[in-house]
Structures are given as structure tokens and as C-alpha cells.
Ligand binder design. Structure first.
Ligand code: BMA
Length: 297
């Protein structure tokens, strides 16, 4: 495993009010010979919006747009659009994110799902389709859609505290059969709660899913779980140890200390690039050999 020596790859830009304070958790997708990064950004108003950056080699940023490409429009997300994940299915890009709103003066976070035509995305024509709430009014986050149907159904991983759960859909609107896939493990780095990271990667062995685990000490680390190709509720193996834990200064010190949190991973030949937020303050990347990510039982 190698952390990029140039980490962090994205930092706040003080001159841009919407991203002047924090830039962190990001979706990443490889299309058209580039890796496209949608990152969560915050300015002084404390509202999360999404910014866009592009890299051709996965590490050096070649382009970064000066304005957000996605921001709250609906009442239920007035306090922010957080932690995006992207999945390409046929020619449509689906984005899940956490919508942060309020109910009875309490913060309410829930999953929201939208999409955009791949061509529009590549043309930077940000014509997103309607935003729908798969689990309206229910506290839920860390949602990501699998890149293909399984048994003729769309599948999503999401998090009903403290477990990673699954849900199925026929048309990406109504979701059903919610069941737990993995939960926290006692006396482990993932003892408090777990949540999916980026889009599951399909391998011969199964679905390679990177996830975050939180310990009782509130340290956020990353691990992997391999799910059965035909039955994503069946766990084939799960890493005993984290594949990434906060050790560098940019992971240990920041808005929220001791956090590595990922919403995006990209497989490039035999390597996987994992994009992750450091201490909820900056965006970083680490490269893994595919082999080292496959969990041994
Ligand atoms: C989670 C999410 C993430 C954040 C993490 C650590 O609940 O809100 O966006 O990175 O906490 O603070």
C-alpha cells in the first residue's frame, strides 16, 4: 500500500466561500480516460456542497472547477449534501449522498438518490435528475448502489446504525428487503459502527467492498469485506485488520481528528486507488495492489 507522497491532493481554497474551510469525502469514477472526483466542501456557512476535480493519472489534479456542481435545493437537505458516491449503470451515473435537513429542530440525515446522463456529466452539463428519498424520513447514510443488477434487481448498501445493510429495488425508487450484512465486531477497530465506502468492485472472487469502521475511541479506519457475487448478503471474508488507519498528521489533526473516510475507489488494472477524507478536512489518495485488498478468512 502506498499513500500518495503529495497528499493531500485537495485542500480548501480560502478565496472560494463555498469551499473555504474543508474539502474531504469524495466519490470517484473512471470514465473517458480520467478519474472524476466529486468532493464534499464546506465554507463558513457550514453547508456541504459538492465540487468537481479531474485527474488523468489518479494523483495530480489536472482540473478543478471554481463553483460547486451540486448543492442543496430541497428543504430536506437545506443543511447540506454530504458524502457522495457514484455508480455508472449503462449510460447513467447514479449518485447517492446524505441529505442533511431538520425535523422538529433536530438534525435529520437521510439518503438521497439522483442521477445524470454520462454524456452530460462528461460535458459538465450538470443537469441532474430529480432527487428521491429511498427511505423518506428515516435516519440513514453511507449509501452506494452496485454497478449492475443482481438477480434482476438493483442493490444498494446503506447504513442503519450500526450495521451495513442491503436493500433491493426494481426501478431505483422503491427499496425493499432491508437486511443487515455486517455489523460491528467486539474489541476490534470496527467495534462501534460500520458503513460502506465507495462502489463495490466486481472480481472473480466476489464483490470487493471497502468500508469504514469506527472504534469505541471514535477512530475511523478502512477495511474490506468480500460479498458473494450472486448473493450480496453472503459474506465470504472480511479483513481482520484495517487496510488504512489514521497515522499521518493530515489524518490525525483537523476538524474531526483521527478519521480516514472513503466514498470513492477506482480499479485501474491491478491496482485500486482509494480516495479518502483526512480528519474531515482534506482529500487524500492511497494506492493498493488488488491482491493485498482481498481479505483472507
Ligand atoms: C460520519 C460522516 C462522515 C464523516 C465521519 C467522521 O458520520 O458524517 O462524513 O467523515 O462521520 O466525522
Amino acid at each position: 500500500m502506498k499513500r500518495f507522497h503529495g497528499n493531500p491532493i485537495l485542500k480548501p481554497i480560502p478565496e472560494h466561500p463555498w469551499e473555504s474551510r474543508l474539502v474531504f469525502n469524495a466519490a470517484a469514477i473512471s470514465m473517458d480516460k480520467n478519474i472524476h472526483i466529486l468532493y464534499r466542501a464546506m465554507g463558513n456557512d457550514g453547508v456541504s456542497r459538492l465540487g468537481y476535480a479531474r485527474t488523468s493519472d489518479g494523483f495530480q489534479i489536472d482540473e478543478r472547477l471554481p463553483l460547486p456542481i451540486f448543492e442543496p435545493t430541497l428543504e430536506m437537505e437545506r443543511n447540506g449534501c454530504e458524502d457522495p458516491r457514484l455508480t455508472l449503470i449503462d449510460d447513467e451515473l447514479f449518485m447517492t449522498y446524505t441529505a442533511l435537513g431538520e425535523r422538529d429542530h433536530w438534525q435529520l440525515y437521510q439518503i438521497s438518490l439522483t442521477s445524470i446522463e454520462a454524456d452530460d456529466f462528461l460535458d459538465k452539463n450538470w443537469s441532474w435528475n430529480d432527487r428521491v428519498l429511498p427511505f423518506r424520513g428515516i435516519r440513514n447514510k453511507d449509501a452506494v448502489v452496485f454497478p449492475r443488477k443482481i438477480d434482476n434487481k438493483y442493490v444498494m448498501l446503506h447504513r442503519f446504525d450500526p450495521d451495513i445493510c442491503v436493500a433491493y429495488s426494481d426501478e431505483l425508487k422503491r427499496w425493499y428487503d432491508i437486511r443487515s450484512v455486517i455489523g460491528p465486531r467486539h474489541k476490534s477497530w470496527d467495534s462501534w459502527k460500520v458503513g460502506a465506502a465507495g462502489t463495490p468492485i466486481e472480481l472473480n472472487e466476489g464483490w470487493l467492498c471497502i468500508y469504514h469502521g469506527v472504534s469505541y475511541e471514535k477512530v475511523y479506519s478502512l477495511g474490506v469485506v468480500m460479498l458473494d457475487k450472486d448473493d450480496p448478503e453472503k459474506v465470504l471474508s472480511r479483513s481482520e485488520k484495517p487496510i488504512l488507519k489514521p497515522t499521518e498528521d493530515y489524518e490525525r489533526y483537523g476538524k474531526v481528528p483521527n478519521v480516514v473516510f472513503s466514498c470513492g475507489n477506482v480499479k485501474v488494472d491491478g491496482e485500486v486507488l482509494i480516495y479518502y477524507g483526512g480528519a474531515d478536512s482534506v482529500l487524500c489518495v492511497a494506492a493498493y495492489e488488488l491482491n493485498e485488498l482481498i481479505p483472507r478468512k
